[in-house]
Structure formats: C-alpha cells, structure tokens
Design a protein around this ligand. Structure first.
Ligand SMILES: C[S@@+](CC[C@H](N)C(=O)[O-])C[C@H]1O[C@@H](n2cnc3c(N)ncnc32)[C@H](O)[C@@H]1O
Length: 250
C-alpha cells in the first residue's frame, strides 16, 4: 500500500491517545530512570517536544534494543539537546549515536517550503524569536555546542560514556551516512534539511529500522520532502504516533 493510502487509513495509535499524565505514569513505573529523565528534560526547557512525544521516542528505542537491531542511532536536529538526551539514555551505552546540527542558527528555508516556514524564519532572522518558555532562542546563543554537552552531563548522560558524538555544521556538508542506522530522529523543520536527511539515512536503514519525522504535521516543507521521497517507495509502514514513524520491513 502506498504511503498516501496508509496515512489516509491511519488514525493515531491507541496508546498515543491515552491521556498524557496516565501514560507518563505507566511509563515511569516501568522505566523509572527514563521517566524521571524525561521530566527533567521538560522541566529544564531543553526540548520543543511534548512529554508524550519523548515517551514515544524512548519506547521506540527500547523496542529497537529488545530486538537487538544492529546500527547507530542518529538525531538530525538537536537544538538544546533535549530529545537527544532521552535517546542517548534509552539506547545501550555502547551503541553509537550521532547528533547532527549547526549548533547555531538554523539555515534559511527555500522555494519548496511554504509560507508558514518563511514566516517563521523571518521571525528568527529578525532576532525576535523567543525560546522555550520565553528564554533566549537557542539559535542566538554563543556556545550552543558547549551548552548541549553540559546538558548531557548535568542530566547524567555524559556523551563519551554513552558513545554519543556531536557533528557540527550544515547537513549538506556533514551528513555522510556510511554506516548502518537502526533509528533516526529527523527533527530539522525545513524541506532541504529533511530531504538531505532522507537521502543520506534511508538507504542505510537496517531491516526493522525506524525513522521518526518530527515535523510532518507542523511544517509544510517537511511534509513535502517526506511525501516526495517516499512516493512510490515500497517496503515501509507508516505509523501515526505523536509523530510520524516510518518503519522499514524486516
Ligand atoms: C526544532 S530544532 C530541534 C529540536 C530538538 N530535537 C528538541 O528536542 O527540541 C531543529 C534543529 O535543526 C537544525 N537544523 C535544521 N536544518 C539544518 C541543517 N541543514 N543543517 C544543520 N542543522 C540543521 C537547527 O539548527 C535546529 O537546532
């Protein structure tokens, strides 16, 4: 079945529709350390993602570990590192994880992005964007890479001990995926960024591997990139959780 047909048929996963506090309680009882960590990441305003969304990410990575899938974890789009910290904790410490970002300003959008995206970028470029909870927008900070490393350490997930590597720069220059990937969180907003990630990561996704697309329902360019990339491509299941999960057969 095509991607479009699958998405039309899909309603949100029943687990994902449980009310957030109930689900968070269940999750924390089963995974106390991870549940507590997610609470801290949110309380410290290190992420744009909801509690539910972070639980979905953590559960998907835990399932990947239970299945023993080979390959790295990738995050493309870290900002302050919130979701990356959760992924880094959920995976086995020895499994490699690569975190790609400019660790600075997000690059400008392009023609394939819609008006929603161009308006958001104009606000960012004007210097008037505000960060999570009204704090300084992450893209305006002087040493974001240093801050992200500190955030990992402070929350008990030091990068070195958890095999996490930060790769700074534009994906167009830095994202060369020459290794197998078991799980990728693609959270980078605009058309070109998402398309670059798909072109690099999808061919290296192992059977059973998963892509989580953060912005499919939020930014027009992301949706266009995913729709274009997967049009006519078979061997994938599209799962609606709090975000779009794309799972390779196997
Ligand atoms: C919404 S933020 C990520 C949010 C994060 N995952 C969280 O937990 O809140 C998007 C990130 O993507 C990065 N990004 C977008 N396009 C990029 C590109 N072409 N190259 C490098 N980084 C990019 C931005 O710098 C930004 O940090």
């Amino acid at each position: 079945m095509s991607m479009a047909a699958q998405l039309r048929r899909l309603s949100r996963h029943p687990v994902a529709t449980l009310r957030s506090p109930i689900r968070a309680g269940f999750f924390t009882r089963r995974h106390p350390e991870l549940g507590h960590l997610i609470g801290q990441v949110r309380a410290r305003r290190l992420t744009f993602l909801s509690h539910e969304c972070l639980i979905d990410l953590a559960e998907a990575v835990l399932a990947m570990e239970r299945r023993g899938l080979p390959g790295a974890v990738v995050e493309a789009g870290a900002a302050l590192g919130g979701s990356a910290i959760v992924l880094g904790k959920a995976k086995a410490p020895s499994r490699p994880m690569k975190v790609y970002d400019t660790f600075g300003m997000i690059p400008p959008p392009a023609d394939r992005d819609g008006r929603d995206v161009h308006e958001r970028y104009a606000a960012i470029a004007s210097g008037k964007a505000t960060g999570i909870g009204g704090e300084t927008y992450y893209g305006y900070r002087d040493n974001l890479l240093g801050e992200v490393g500190d955030n990992f350490r402070t929350l008990g997930v030091p990068a070195e001990a958890h095999s996490v590597e930060f790769v700074q720069g534009l994906y167009e220059d830095t994202l060369r995926v020459t290794y197998p990937v078991a799980f990728a969180h693609v959270d980078c907003d605009w058309y070109e960024s998402v398309m670059t990630c798909l072109r690099q990561i999808e061919p290296r996704l192992v059977p059973g591997g998963r892509l989580v697309i953060d912005d499919y329902d939020h930014w027009s360019g992301c949706r266009t990139a995913v729709d274009e990339y997967f049009a006519g491509r078979t061997g994938y299941t599209f799962v609606r959780r709090s975000r779009l999960h794309i799972v390779k057969a196997g």
